[in-house]
Write a protein that binds this ligand. Structure first.
Ligand SMILES: Nc1nc2c(ncn2[C@@H]2O[C@H](COP(=O)(O)OP(=O)(O)OP(=O)(O)O)[C@@H](O)[C@H]2O)c(=O)[nH]1
Ligand SMILES: [Mg+2]
Length: 427
């Protein structure tokens, strides 16, 4: 082999080699196409827009069918999302399409939280995918991917400016989904007004830092058309499933007393541009951007929230195993710390309780001592009283005995006197 043939690749240590004959791996792109066709595709569109702005009509017009449509009332207490999935087929390509519609968007008096259900819906689909990816037994090949690939944001054809609800919602969503803004019911606005309105919308989006989806320019086969189409954003669309006879052809159109607005006529509106860009040219890029940009961001934030990192503080690479082990140690240390704290709290409580009990015991002892003292004092008082009583009694007894003696003596004396008197009488 010539030395020029074995020149090493400067970065990866690989070297280009030429083949002496046909091998067959040039069929890889065809294999990929065949596999994709047999697997089928999936695409999910989210339509955000006020009630009755023309979301369902545009979807029906875009996919040339009649999806299940539910007319919403203007009295929904809060914004909801309704998703419906359909299996479509065009020649031998199967497409599982999910259309998600906002219900009650912009109908509440307080619109501050109107974007939240939309954000939650998008995050929920990312979360489901992440959970599937993190499973031990993954089945991503037959997983129904419900992540939103494209968000059609319907702007009311006021001709004035974007509403603050539009700006806030798009700002909240631009890092989560590919936003394609469209001016709805563009047949209700004059051509010159529409031109100014488009410029106004784009400048408002730029000044508010809202990142809308840009048709990609990296694939040179579509770079030219995508560059042109980026300049037409936001697309001014008209939807209709009604067929009207124009010339000798039946076309989708909206018929008015003064004329006919043809949906697919590029002089009348941008419907064809939207269909081309969304379905024919960039559907795969929308799917890819969803996976590589928006989902990746969600995944990264979620894993970082969970404590996973690619590098340590010294910027050295850290494996999942190391992160897991570090987290486990951190968790165990935290657990130990909590256990120690709880033990300390327990000991402290026991000490406090013991002190409380001792205090109560001391109090009781004090009261008991006092009662004992009172009791002793009362006892000695009573004993004093008893002694006095006894003394009184004994002196009384003495006096009584003396009185009795006196009495007895006086009786004896009187008796003798009587006897003497009697004796003297006889004499
Ligand atoms: N002038 C005009 N009217 C339209 C257009 N698209 C839809 N409409 C009309 O607007 C009304 C509401 O259209 P829908 O497609 O049901 O609107 P929606 O946004 O799906 O409504 P909800 O699902 O109830 O929120 C219907 O009467 C449509 O015929 C349009 O491009 N131009
Ligand atoms: Mg609808």
């Amino acid at each position: 082999m010539a030395s020029s043939d074995v020149a090493r690749h400067p970065d990866k240590g690989t070297r280009p080699l030429s083949l002496a004959g046909h091998v067959g791996f040039d069929s890889l792109p065809d294999q990929l196409v065949n596999k994709s066709i047999s697997q089928g595709f999936c695409f999910n569109i989210l339509c955000i827009g006020e009630t009755g702005i023309g979301k369902s009509t545009l979807m029906d017009t875009l996919f040339n069918t009649n999806f299940e449509n539910f007319e919403s009332s203007h009295f929904e207490p809060q914004v909801k999302l309704r998703a419906q999935t359909y299996d479509l087929q065009e020649s031998n390509v199967r497409l599982r399409l999910t259309v998600v519609n906002t219900v009650g968007f912009g109908d509440q008096m307080n619109k501050q939280e109107s974007y939240q259900p939309v954000v939650d819906y998008i995050d929920k689909q990312f979360e489901s995918y992440l959970q599937e990816e993190l499973k031990i037994k993954r089945s991503l090949h037959n997983y129904h991917d419900s992540r939103v690939h494209a968000c059609l944001y319907f702007i009311s054809p006021s001709g004035h400016s974007l509403k603050s609800l539009d700006l806030v919602t798009m700002k909240k969503l631009d890092s989560k989904v590919n936003i394609i803004p469209v001016i709805a019911k563009a047949d209700t606005i004059s051509k010159s007004e529409l031109h100014k309105f488009k410029i106004k919308i784009m400048s408002e989006l730029v000044s508010n830092g809202v990142q809308i989806y840009q048709f990609p320019l990296d694939d040179e086969t579509v770079a030219k058309v995508n560059t042109t189409m980026n300049g037409h954003l936001p697309f001014a669309v008209v939807g209709s499933t009604e067929e009207v006879c124009v010339g000798n052809k039946m076309v989708k159109a909206r018929q008015y007393p003064w004329g006919v607005v043809q949906v697919e006529n590029e002089h009348h509106c941008d419907f064809v541009k939207l269909r081309e860009m969304l379905i024919c040219v960039n559907m795969e890029d929308l799917r890819e951007q969803t996976h590589t940009r928006h989902y990746e961001l969600y995944r990264r934030c979620k894993l970082e929230e969970m404590g996973f990192k690619d590098t340590d503080p010294e910027c050295k690479p850290v494996s999942l195993q190391q992160t897991y082990e570090a987290k486990r140690q951190e968790f165990l240390a935290e657990l130990q710390k909590r256990e120690d704290e709880m033990r300390q709290i327990f000991v402290q409580r026991v000490k406090e309780k013991e002190a409380e009990l001792k205090e109560a015991e001391r109090e009781l002892q004090g009261r008991f001592e006092q009662l004992k003292r009172v009791h002793a004092e009362q006892k000695s008082t009573l004993e004093d009283k008893k002694r006095l009583l006894d003394e009184d009694q004994s002196s009384f007894n003495k006096r009584r005995a003396a009185a009795q003696l006196l009495q007895a003596q006086s009786l004896t004396v009187n008796g003798k006197k009587d006897k003497d008197r009697k004796n003297s009488g006889f004499m």
